[in-house]
Design a protein around this ligand. Structure first.
Ligand code: ADP
Ligand code: ADP
Length: 226
């Protein structure tokens, strides 16, 4: 069973052109899928339907075999990593990572164990007492991912996380995200309009145009058969 199954997904806003038109994509367990296409092609809409933030007009969206619309928001165990990482500036790295666990009412010892484990994996253990404002972009990204892994999220969802960065930093972050994703082995869907990102980051790339899936293949296949 695929981790995420999109079956003939349609999204219609009002009575215009469908924003997403009959899209079917399976994302395998541990796979890094890129959704790429020009502005307005429906990438964010599709991502929001995966997380359950947007109603699905037609079709089925299955997460771990369950329809996303049947899951209560608290049971939708997916972590969205935003462009600005949505970290709490007044909280330490430790407390930022701990936040979802505190929210879930976990005991201090459980929180501590999970935060330590995550921060080791993410090489943040030296920085637990710092505030996000004193961290590099890469470190901030790792804190955001730390928050996702402490709650054992079933998938990471990225919506253009690097689009505000300069070219150099973007390149570094791309490498870092790719390395972490492989190490954690967590299913990932990553939205971008950047071709280079699409061709260098993902295991597979889904190309959207005006809401329609044009191609769904590995970067190598796309390169050889554009
Ligand atoms: P992308 O992420 O690829 O830039 P979007 O998913 O944001 O594309 O948008 C796809 C299409 O749906 C666009 O034509 C956009 O204008 C339209 N759209 C997106 N959100 C809404 C909304 N809340 N209401 C109406 N139309 C929307
Ligand atoms: P370290 O330098 O190893 O991060 P600290 O001095 O920051 O150690 O923390 C000491 C102990 O307190 C550790 O067990 C750590 O997990 C825990 N801890 C650190 N920060 C917090 C915090 N904000 N809230 C609760 N426990 C914390």
């Amino acid at each position: 069973m695929a981790a995420i199954e999109m079956k003939n997904i349609v999204k219609q806003y009002g009575d215009g052109f469908p924003a997403v038109n009959d899209v079917s994509i399976d994302v395998e367990d541990g796979e890094f899928l890129i959704l790429v296409g020009p502005s307005g092609c429906g990438k964010s809409t599709l991502l929001r339907m995966i997380v359950g933030l947007e109603d699905i007009t037609e079709g089925d969206m299955l997460i771990g075999g369950k329809k996303v619309n049947d899951l209560a928001p608290r049971d939708r165990n997916l972590s969205m990593v935003f462009q600005n990482y949505a970290l709490y500036p007044h909280l330490t790295v430790y407390e930022n990572i701990a936040f979802p666990l505190r929210l879930a009412g976990k005991s201090d010892s459980e929180v501590d164990e999970k935060v330590r484990e995550a921060s080791k994996t993410l090489e943040l253990d030296e920085h637990l007492e710092r505030k996000p404002g004193n961290l590099s972009g890469g470190q901030r990204q790792r804190v955001a991912m730390g928050r996702a892994i402490v709650r054992d999220a079933e998938a990471f969802l990225f919506d253009e996380p690097l689009s505000n960065l300069d070219a150099k930093l973007r390149g570094q972050m791309r490498t870092e995200i790719s390395r972490l994703q492989k190490r954690l082995g967590i299913t990932t869907v990553y939205v971008t309009h950047d071709q280079t990102e699409a061709m260098t980051l993902g295991d597979r790339v889904a190309v959207l145009k005006r809401g329609v899936l044009q191609q769904h293949a590995t970067p190598r296949e796309l390169y050889e058969n554009p």
